[in-house]
Design a protein around this ligand. Structure first.
Ligand SMILES: Nc1ncnc2c1ncn2[C@@H]1O[C@H](COP(=O)(O)OP(=O)(O)OP(=O)(O)O)[C@@H](O)[C@H]1O
Length: 286
């Protein structure tokens, strides 16, 4: 049975009815009528969804449930067919990712081949400019305003230390282990001091030792006041870390609740948990 979190967000959520579309005491994100179709396939059709400020919310569901599609819509990486959503009280539907980042919502990015050739420190410095929507070429070629560059350097050093990547600051990102890459992806997103962090499968390809450290970092960020939302198949992480769980199936929210309520929800068990046969094996060795 999952342990219930004692964080303030968990306490606030303990009075919320465990039902799809439930209103939250202090929602940071509110979505209404969000749809996305591919041809005749309704990948996402979410009537109403609220995410509680300062809480860790997990999006779960079977393969093809629409989790990644919804995540991409909310983070400005795809365009919804219809629907509106607000972030921190302001309408942000269809805003591109860099404009969302300016408002405080950022998502992690997988390291591309180009980024793998840069050092860890360069990745962090570039993370700050990317999230603001500056072009990579311009960011590298044009001398940045000195004050801003110095701020970015200070922030980067803070994050290197926090994530214990300082000894790797001059290593090429491509040489990092799977878990270290995930830490770097998280650190890159934090360069712009967001209020909400969106994570797509943070545990994928991470070995158990680093998974634990990654998990602790995420809980620590929540304890500092950050709102976190992640898509994840690893049910240990979902049950052990999240304050609230939203289960999607066939594009719709079929259940919401605390990890404890969700683990015994018959619809979730039928659609997802009953079909889970453990989590995929870790892919890295360090
Ligand atoms: N670009 C696309 N073109 C066509 N169909 C798509 C596209 N992206 C997603 N889909 C379809 O939309 C549905 C939802 O996919 P999505 O990737 O959002 O599910 P998911 O819940 O994230 O699944 P998984 O857990 O396997 O990652 C699936 O049927 C998928 O095949």
């Amino acid at each position: 049975m999952p342990a219930e979190s004692q964080a303030p967000a968990a306490t606030a959520l303990s009075t919320v009815a465990p039902e799809p579309g439930a209103a939250k005491p202090d929602p940071i994100l509110v979505a209404d009528g969000v749809t996305r179709s591919f041809g005749g396939l309704h990948a996402v059709a979410v009537d109403h969804l609220e995410l509680q400020r300062g809480a860790i919310t997990a999006l779960i569901g079977p393969n093809g449930a629409g989790k990644t599609t919804l995540f991409n819509l909310l983070t400005g990486f795809d365009r919804a067919g219809s629907g509106t959503w607000t972030f921190d009280g302001a309408k942000v539907s269809q805003l591109p990712a860099y404009r969302l980042a300016r408002r405080g919502m950022v998502r992690t990015f997988q390291l591309t081949k180009a980024l793998a050739r840069l050092t860890v420190l360069e990745n962090l410095q570039l993370g700050a400019t990317e999230q603001r929507g500056e072009r990579m070429y311009a960011a590298l070629m044009r001398p940045l305003w000195r004050g801003q560059e110095a701020d970015n350097r200070v922030r980067a050093e803070e994050l290197l230390e926090r994530f214990k990547l300082d000894h790797l600051r001059d290593a090429h990102a491509g040489t990092l282990s799977g878990g270290q890459r995930k830490l770097l992806e998280l650190a890159r997103a934090l360069m712009v001091r967001p209020s909400m962090l969106m994570l797509d499968e943070p545990m994928a390809g991470v070995n158990p030792a680093l998974a634990q450290s990654l998990l602790e970092h995420i809980v620590e960020l929540r304890d500092e006041g950050m709102t976190v939302c992640f898509v994840e198949h690893d049910m240990d992480m979902v049950m052990g870390t999240s304050d609230w769980v939203v289960c999607l199936a066939e594009g719709q929210v079929i259940a919401e609740g605390t990890p404890r309520a969700i683990s015994t929800n018959s619809q979730v068990v039928d659609a997802y948990l009953g079909k889970q046969h453990g989590t995929p094996p870790a892919e890295e060795s360090s």
